[in-house]
Design a protein. Structure first.
Length: 191
């Protein structure tokens, strides 16, 4: 994939993930989609690390599995055919990063989208599993039905996090439309 710099929420998320994740870490892709974020996480955590990748759509998991197998990274990823609201049922160990790419599966019908209810439940669980110095990245898409409501819910959740325990950033491109995707980054303050 040709780099376009930091053009968009996902490349900015990847910038932060590259800075934070190291070999041997554990991470979660809460919405694996076509597997781009999952592959990056798998490459960053290396052979000694582990990634859990969640999606409710079977075709997303198949695409992710193919992408990982092609890159030789499938052995360090657990593919989970479930919603991210079940994160803590599947992941029991602390993690260094949790990635959310909200909205819908690119290239698929837009009938299946993330929702405020499941995303907020997953965020609560992610925050509890997050190691000091770990991050949660949320690429927030508001240009589809329900997207703006979910975006407001995510921002309200993040704003309510204890400032002594978390740092929260909202990153928007100043020269893009107000409905362009943006990034929310939550850092658990290092101890």
């Amino acid at each position: 994939m040709k780099s376009r710099g930091l053009s968009g929420a996902v490349p900015l998320s990847h910038f932060f993930l590259r800075e934070r994740l190291k070999t041997g870490d554990c991470a979660v892709d809460a919405t694996c989609g076509n597997g781009h974020d999952t592959l990056l996480l798998a490459q960053l955590v290396g052979q000694g690390g582990r990634v859990w990748a969640f999606d409710v759509q079977e075709n997303a998991l198949v695409a992710t599995e193919e992408r990982l197998a092609g890159a030789g990274c499938l052995d360090r990823v657990v593919l989970v055919h479930s919603g991210h609201e079940r994160l803590a049922e599947v992941v029991s160990e602390p993690v260094k990063a949790v990635v959310f790419n909200l909205g819908f599966l690119p290239g698929a019908p837009r009938e299946t989208v993330t929702s405020s209810e499941t995303t907020l439940a997953a965020l609560e669980q992610a925050a509890e599993l997050l190691l000091p110095g770990g991050i949660i990245t949320l690429a927030v898409y508001t240009g589809h039905p329900g997207g703006a409501v979910e975006g407001r819910a995510v921002e309200a959740w993040a704003a309510a996090l204890a400032p002594g325990r978390f740092n929260v950033w909202r990153c928007r491109q100043g020269n893009r439309s107000e409905v362009a995707p943006y990034l929310v980054v939550v850092e658990r303050i290092p101890s």
